[in-house]
Design a protein around this ligand. Structure first.
Ligand code: ADP
Ligand code: MG
Length: 242
């Protein structure tokens, strides 16, 4: 296993005229929980979709655990846990049926579905159709799906979006517990999530990496008292969605 779990070089994605991701490069190791921060439209989801192999880059390289994701997209789907934005779920399946289906696709061991339902605390809605669940529960079903494969790399696009404070704490605690053995990237615009949960912050603005480092180093660099101050300094009036 190579030391770097994620290795990205000069990654770009254009949607027609829009340059959503511009020359993003970084590497990430086991044990890192990276907060991918940035205002709406900064390119967080686009970047994550590319790393997960769901979107092809315009240019640049992506390696996950030493594998080129462009060359081995199927390997990526089996070996990267991914919670996409808004967690697209099969709305008319029950929670259990949905997770069973995903677990079969991923070739997971029998019994894994029950395990992840327990971990995500969704056993009580196992027989309920996904479309009838609240946003918070749907998000947790998406989270359960992302950990089915127990992969080394986990990409979570706004994992706590729509959750109440107790549910947020639960998911954050879970992420923390899992992080020792994995490399986890979480996109968020919640600064407190980045501060308390993550040991590294990558701030994206208009598709570019504006800053990358530990909270302590970032605060030092910008002589700031809080991440909020840095966020504002680097992104205010610049990152608004067109
Ligand atoms: P974030 O997740 O940080 O909010 P996104 O990656 O969703 O940002 O979007 C980055 C930029 O790319 C935005 O300007 C957005 O409008 C644009 N964009 C995203 N998806 C598409 C798409 N499918 N087609 C055209 N433009 C897109
Ligand atoms: Mg997004």
């Amino acid at each position: 296993m190579p030391k770097e779990f994620i290795k990205i070089k000069k990654l770009c994605k254009n949607y027609g005229e829009i340059e959503a991701v511009k020359e993003v490069s970084f590497t990430a190791k086991k044990g890192e929980i990276i907060a991918l921060l940035g205002p709406n439209g900064a390119g967080k989801s686009t970047l994550m979709n590319m790393i997960a192999g769901y979107l092809s880059p315009t240019s640049g390289d992506i390696e996950v655990c030493g594998k080129d994701i462009k060359k081995f997209p199927l390997w990526g789907k089996e070996n990267i846990g991914f919670l996409s934005e808004g967690s697209p779920l099969y709305a008319d399946l029950s929670v259990r049926a949905f997770l069973r289906y995903m677990s079969e696709l991923r070739g997971c061991a029998k019994g894994r579905v029950d395990e992840v339902m327990k971990i995500a605390k969704i056993e009580n809605v196992a027989s309920q159709k996904v479309e009838t669940l609240s946003k918070g529960y749907q998000r947790r079903v998406g989270f359960a799906q992302s950990i089915l494969g127990d992969t080394d790399v986990l990409l979570l696009d706004e994992p706590t979006d729509g959750l109440d404070p107790n549910q947020k704490k639960h998911i954050r605690d879970l992420i923390k517990t899992m992080s020792e053995e994995k490399c986890i990237v979480i996109s968020t615009h919640l600064l407190e999530e980045a501060e308390h949960l993550c040991n590294r912050i990558i701030l994206l603005n208009k598709g570019k990496v504006a800053v990358d480092g530990t909270l302590e180093k970032i605060l030092q660099k910008y002589k700031a008292a809080s991440l909020e101050e840095v966020f504002y300094k680097l992104t205010a009036n610049k990152g608004d969605e067109k």
